[in-house]
Design a binder for this molecule. Structure first.
Ligand SMILES: [Zn+2]
Length: 249
């Protein structure tokens, strides 16, 4: 059942009810989580969320948003670049430079921002930022069974609201209790183990977050194999729809 899974914002609800009204649907069924809302979300996950490898993503919508670009070839100039934490494979000044323009705003924890020129805003877990039409929430990201990402560092994951969908990029994290309170339509979750959750731990995280769609990340570059993503998908079969992205697509 998906009835409780969509956390779309008001414009999406309005758009969905308008579409439903056009289709002659009953008023009571005109919510974003009807068939059309779910279809739009799947289409957004498949076509507008681009995986750049490792934890890097580009979200294409009313703005061009990058998250943790690493070893990228370049691309459309960013409106917003979100960095989760100060490790070299996430906070990469040379990759940021490839997509940064005079209008780009870089959002990151303070320790990363010191390495980045241009417009920038520091963020901490629990903070909310609105840049033009985009609402960005920083959420905690940290390890609980290893020490690579201490909670005290104040590193983050992000929930970005775009096209009416809440997209959660978990950053480098384990399966943490806060995930029970994160509301997301689409969740990008690390699956490699070693520095972050294993695929099995990420399955439990996905069940806590309960998004409509989960996308595995953090494999195929530094640690983790495509097998981790496949195991994540197979273990969530019938529970959470998993989209495995191809790099660049
Ligand atoms: Zn890290």
């Amino acid at each position: 059942m998906r009835e409780n899974r969509a956390f779309c914002t008001i414009p999406a609800l309005l758009a969905a009810s308008w579409i439903a009204a056009l289709a002659g649907a009953a008023q009571g069924e005109a919510t974003a989580d009807n068939g059309k809302g779910e279809k739009a979300m799947k289409s957004f996950a498949e076509s507008d969320i681009h995986w750049l490898g490792h934890d890097g993503f580009m979200l294409a919508g009313e703005k061009t948003i990058y998250i943790d670009p690493y070893k990228i070839d370049g691309g459309a100039t960013a409106d917003i670049i979100l960095i989760t934490h100060d490790h070299f494979d996430h906070c990469s000044p040379e990759d940021i430079a490839k997509i940064q323009g005079p209008q780009t705003t870089v959002v990151a924890p303070r320790d990363c921002l010191g390495k980045i020129p241009g417009n920038k805003k520091a963020i901490k877990p629990g903070e909310l930022l609105t840049l033009d039409t985009i609402v960005i929430e920083a959420v905690p990201a940290y390890n609980i069974n290893k020490n690579f990402h201490p909670k005290a560092n104040g590193w983050v994951g992000y929930v970005v609201t775009m096209k009416g969908f809440r997209i959660y990029h978990a950053g480098d994290t384990d399966h943490i209790p806060e995930m029970k309170t994160i509301k997301a339509d689409i969740a990008l979750l690390p699956v490699s183990g070693t520095y972050v959750m294993t695929a099995e731990e990420a399955v439990r995280a996905a069940l806590d977050i309960n998004p409509a769609i989960a996308i595995p990340m953090h494999y195929g570059a530094i640690v983790g194999q495509p097998d981790d993503a496949v195991r994540f998908r197979d273990l969530l079969k019938g529970k959470v729809d998993v989209v495995i992205k191809k790099k660049g697509a």
